[in-house]
Design a protein around this ligand. Structure first.
Ligand code: PMP
Length: 405
């Protein structure tokens, strides 16, 4: 069965607004997705009916808020096929989730240890490990990519060794759309005894995620790229690994007992969730997951691939346009440059026509340098984009080319 995109679009109020006097064509989904009415309603309902702090109050609302909050943990755990809901740690997003892992790791890494990342990292998975290595004396090893944006698998296997303590890699590149063979790479890393952390910020919204099938130790993602609210994300980790992972943030909620001299930490998930959490965000994220689960993953995948195929065809017919990132296995991301046009100018002219894309280095400055581009223009597709959106994108690009010629 195929998706009824018109019906899906009706559920996103923002998609019917105009920008710059033009109907909005929203193609910046890799930066953040829009929110369906079901998510907006869940947030309003929480604040208007149920607002209270969780795990604390001895009163009705606190009890109800706690139940909704913990039910959300189960929803998200099931969505990624976690074995236990306590393996789901709420964070503010992917960035905080990776920081939690890297800051914990920094307390254990020593000189001689190696951390393996890739050339295609978002800064969130680059600087975190770079700084963890600087602090601990471990070495940061970087797996190169091929010019088409695929990971150099041979180099990965060469760099992986008994010294590798952690492999941290993106499931999907935000700048190029490349999908990495994370299951296969995880298997190789585990055979060397390394821990594996996957930056799933771009992976989570496009295909079914099964953390047990991948076999990794940590998987991080953000709610806002999954039709949920900003300010909420997830660190999933294997129970035995998380259970004694060094704590990073300390404070209320995460303790077993406290004296003036010392403190001891509580059980999972609390030990890694200090302070009052983003309760509304958690409830909104669960609403997003429930909303998304109404659609068949294979249908979503086929729809996004059809949009990417058409966009790639049109890109190849556009004089002077070069696609950056042509991996065989990609999500619906089209990154490109056009001869003689700065990406920022392309973005500006498209915006005037109502077409929202992202331009710049995509938080991947070293990757842009490696690919020898100042940045790219990037259109990214999701469940609510239509073929008309793709046509509108290229109509706007043609206009930009004529204006800047
Ligand atoms: N990693 C990747 C691959 C991303 O695309 C992003 C967001 N652009 C992040 C990490 C960081 O996510 P957030 O800003 O939501 O923490």
């Amino acid at each position: 069965m195929s998706l009824d995109v018109a019906l899906i679009r009706q559920q996103f109020p923002i998609l019917s607004r105009q920008v710059n006097g033009q109907p909005l064509v929203y193609l910046d989904n890799a930066a953040t997705t829009q929110k369906p009415q079901a998510v907006i309603d869940a947030l309003v309902d929480y604040y208007s009916q149920c607002n209270a702090n969780v795990h604390r109050g001895a009163h009705y609302l606190s009890d109800e808020a706690t139940k909704r909050y913990e039910k959300a943990r189960v929803t998200v755990a099931n969505y990624i096929n976690a074995q236990r809901s306590e393996e789901v740690i709420w964070t503010s997003g992917t960035t905080e989730a990776i920081n939690l892992v890297a800051n914990g790791a920094a307390q254990r890494l020593t000189a001689g240890d190696e951390v393996l990342i890739t050339e295609m990292e978002h800064h969130a998975n680059l600087i975190t490990w770079q700084q963890a290595c600087k602090r601990s004396g471990a070495s940061l090893k970087i797996v190169p990519i091929h010019n088409n944006g695929e990971l150099n698998l041979e180099a990965f296997h060469e760099l992986l060794s008994e010294r590798t303590v952690i492999v941290a890699m993106p499931h999907v590149s935000n700048a190029l759309g490349t999908i990495n063979p994370v299951k296969q790479l995880t298997e190789a890393a585990k055979a060397k005894g390394a821990l594996v952390m996957i930056d799933g910020a771009q992976g989570v919204a496009h295909g079914a995620i099964d953390v047990r099938d991948i076999g990794c130790d940590f998987y991080a993602f953000s709610g806002h790229k999954l039709f949920g609210p900003t300010g909420i994300g997830v660190l999933w980790g294997r129970y035995d690994v998380l259970a004694d992972w060094p704590v990073w943030l300390v404070g209320g909620e995460m303790i077993a007992s406290v004296t003036y001299e010392d403190a001891s930490w509580g059980e999972l998930p609390n030990r890694l969730e200090a302070g009052t959490p983003n309760i509304a965000g958690v409830i909104g994220l669960a609403a997003a997951v429930e909303w998304l689960q109404a659609y068949d993953r294979a249908d979503i995948w086929a729809h996004e691939q059809a949009l990417l195929t058409r966009a790639t065809e049109l890109a190849e017919q556009t004089p002077g346009l070069k696609i950056i990132g042509t991996a065989a296995n990609k999500i619906g991301v089209l990154s490109f440059v056009i001869d003689g046009m700065h990406p920022a100018d392309i973005g500006f002219i498209l915006d005037k026509q109502g077409v929202a894309i992202r331009t710049g280095d995509h938080c991947a400055q070293p990757l842009m340098k490696r690919l020898n581009v100042p940045g790219t223009a990037r259109a990214s597709f999701t469940i609510y984009n239509s073929m008309d959106d793709v046509e509108a994108l290229f109509k706007a690009i043609d206009k930009a080319r004529k204006m800047l010629a």
